[in-house]
Design a protein around this ligand. Structure first.
Ligand code: SF4
Length: 227
């Protein structure tokens, strides 16, 4: 069910607290090998989230998600359907780069996923586009791989919210394969329509006011990216 009661401003403030909390001692060994923790960036009250796998080299160096070639492709494809990065929240399953971009380990996913769930619970998106296999399997809770489920919206309850998971090919895969690129482009064209359908669910509770500007200055530069 969709939680109500806390304003967008309150939820954004909690997101900032979570960001600070994550810089305290915790968790998995990737902390020792990363350059920067990549918390995520974008609109803290977004209807749409994109969730990828893990930071790569560029993301690790800059502390921001999807800023390399794959990120530029994601921006381009979002732009084709009238979506700007500032309107969405972009994150990954893991917030720290696995050495040499190896696949995330099950224990790393287990350690980091609860933080992603807290983000989802605070941002309260209507839809999450999972980018690639790891994000799709983690958030759908299904072993079905991305090639079988890409472009197929699925209803899930995550972080106490009823929302839609929309699996897509990872932009990095689209950079390597014209077929993946064509599929990704076609599937992304459906996003505005899917969001429109989700904006007026028949049994939706009254929405709370959203869009309030933050009142406190972010403590770190990455938080400047929370709209
Ligand atoms: S990957 Fe996640 S759990 Fe592991 S150190 Fe980074 S933030 Fe913590």
């Amino acid at each position: 069910m969709r939680r109500v009661g806390r304003s967008a401003e309150e939820r954004r403030a909690e997101l900032v607290e979570l960001y600070k909390e994550l810089h305290a001692e915790h968790g998995c060994p990737l902390r020792a090998t990363r350059t920067n923790l990549v918390f995520g960036m974008g609109n803290a009250d977004a209807d749409l989230m994109f969730v990828g796998e893990a930071p790569g080299r560029d993301e690790d160096l800059q502390g921001k998600p999807f800023v390399g070639r794959a990120g530029r492709l994601l921006d381009e494809l979002m732009g084709e359907v009238g979506i700007e990065r500032s309107q969405v929240f972009i994150a990954n399953i893991l917030m720290c780069r696995p050495p040499n971009n190896r696949d995330p380990l099950p224990e790393e996913i287990e350690e980091c996923t609860p933080y992603l769930m807290r983000k989802i619970g605070l941002i309260r998106p209507k839809m999450i586009c999972t980018l690639g296999n790891f994000a799709t399997k983690t958030l759908t809770g299904s072993p079905m791989g991305i090639t079988k489920v890409c472009g197929r919206p699925q209803k899930r309850e995550l972080a106490g919210l009823d929302l839609t998971i929309y699996p897509l090919f990872h932009p990095a895969a689209a950079l390597r394969s014209t077929g993946c690129l064509n599929d990704l482009r076609e599937h992304m064209r459906r996003i505005p329509g899917l969001l429109e359908e989700l904006s007026t669910p028949p049994d939706a509770p009254e929405p709370e006011p959203v869009g309030a500007a933050p009142t406190s200055a972010p403590a770190a530069s990455q938080l400047d990216l929370f709209g």
